[in-house]
Design a protein. Structure first.
Lengths: 347, 112
């Protein structure tokens, strides 16, 4: 078959991954996030959110053009000992040839036909900026051993296997455990000091895009307030504000914290984040205005009601923001006086 | 109205729960922030959002019964979360509107 197996024509293409801003993302994660939970599951969850697919993927992707034959694909798979080969031109991903496709090609006698006729075209892909938690869910939900990784411009920038994820996680876990051991003593001292004051303060780290854990701070806050026998209606209002602010940090910022402060006469929820900030606070506080992306919206968030809901349930609502730097939102809820005097005006 | 009665009315099945969970009003919504802002305590939430965050909202607003429309499956993490939080999940083949009609003997969530 003339020219069909000439590998000089179809030598593997190596795509070089793009430079990422990992340092920036890591730097924006709250420094004490790792020390907050103290439990190993917390650390793992935090890692799964903090680390993105781009941190663990293989950046050097071997690929072939659409015109390469199935036989070319077979050789490249064999020579490189890989089980899946992206079909890609100028960074654009067209499909993937797997070992199964080769077996079918050998069986069906179309090994000398262009791979574009027989490759898998409906691909499940990951985005480079997705948290590892998302990638793990994909590995659980689908039977594929690897996923091509695209950047925000839909260009192929890598490929990730389950093994890549596990290797990175094991390494990072050992680093985190060492750091935690060093911090344990100083954290204990801080808790003891806070307990002496006439207030209660706790904070929770909220990680960018960590939708699977969104609500953990709000739920914990609800539990703490209920334990303290605070009026159910107030607990509900505080929980709504905490949840909305937690979701906002999660979907709009680069990460931040939710702080609960209970004093004798009020409950304060403060949401601090590092991130893009809010250029027009008045606009952002209006019902139905949002900059959330389609992925967030498909999960039922990003309706543009977060800030307005938080404001509506609070007795006092304050917000500060600097574009490109931070946003701080504080919701205050007045508590009834111990002698049973009227509750501060809500809603 | 109990979750079992709700399942009967919407021609659905109880995917999670005992069937004894109670609801006294109805809220229909797929935007969880909207649900947070407007769903009443003790409501049955009619939605297509079949994921864990729906449960987070339910526990915060005090909702014991979720009806998932269009036969949407309950993912394992959502089922575990619902069992833990004692929230019943009913899966119905009906749409949100058809479900709301089937539950019309219950009042809407009170306005806030």
């Amino acid at each position: 078959m003339p020219g069909a197996t000439d590998m000089s024509e179809y030598s593997p293409v190596i795509l070089q991954g793009q430079q990422t801003n990992d340092d920036e993302i890591l730097a924006s994660t709250p420094l004490d996030a790792k020390a907050l939970g103290g439990e190993s599951s917390e650390i793992i969850m935090e890692l799964l959110q903090r680390f993105k697919v781009r941190d663990v993927m293989k950046r050097q992707v071997i690929s072939i053009p659409r015109s390469a034959t199935m036989r070319d694909a077979q050789r490249i798979l064999r020579d490189n000992r890989i089980s899946g080969l992206p079909v890609c031109e100028n960074g654009r991903l067209y499909g993937l040839v797997s070992v199964n496709d080769i077996i079918r090609g050998l069986d069906g006698g179309w090994m000398d036909e262009p791979c574009e006729n027989h490759m898998a075209k409906n691909l499940v892909v990951l985005e480079a900026g997705m948290p590892l938690a998302f990638a793990l869910r994909y590995f659980n939900n689908y039977t594929y051993g690897r996923f091509p990784v695209l950047d925000s411009d839909r260009k192929l920038v890598g490929i990730v296997s389950q093994r890549d994820v596990m290797r990175a996680l094991l390494y990072e876990l050992s680093v985190e455990i060492r750091k935690l051991e060093m911090k344990t003593s100083s954290k204990a001292a801080k808790v003891e000091q806070e307990a002496k004051g006439n207030f209660f303060r706790r904070e929770w780290a909220v990680v960018h895009n960590d939708l699977s854990r969104a609500g953990h701070a709000a739920n914990a806050i609800k539990g703490i307030l209920r334990e303290r026998k605070i009026d159910r209606a107030i607990v509900r209002r505080v929980a709504v504000a905490a949840y909305e602010l937690e979701i906002n940090i999660c979907i709009h910022s680069h990460g931040g914290v939710i702080v609960l402060l209970i004093s004798d006469n009020s409950v304060k929820i403060t949401a601090k984040d590092r991130g893009p900030g809010i250029p027009d606070i008045e606009w952002a506080c209006r019902d139905g205005t949002s900059t959330a992306n389609d992925w967030i919206r498909s999960m039922g968030f990003g309706a543009g009601m977060g800030l307005s809901n938080s404001k509506r349930v609070s007795d006092k609502f304050e917000i500060q923001s600097e574009v490109g730097k931070f946003t701080i939102v504080q919701c205050t809820f007045e508590l009834p006086k111990p002698d049973g005097a009227a509750e501060g005006g809500a809603q | 109205m109990t979750a079992a009665e709700i399942a009967g009315k919407v021609g659905g099945t109880i995917a999670v729960g005992t069937g004894g969970e109670e609801a006294s009003n109805v809220y229909v919504g797929d935007l969880l922030s909207d649900v947070m802002g407007h769903a009443g305590e003790g409501c049955v939430l009619v939605t297509i959002q079949n994921h864990l965050n729906t449960l987070a909202v339910c526990t915060l607003v005090g909702c014991e019964v979720v009806v998932l429309c269009h036969g949407r499956p309950v993912p394992p993490d959502m089922a575990e979360g619902a069992a833990r939080e004692e929230v019943a999940i009913v899966v119905t083949p009906l749409s949100q509107y058809e479900t709301a009609l089937a539950l019309s003997s219950l009042p809407p969530s009170p306005k806030k």
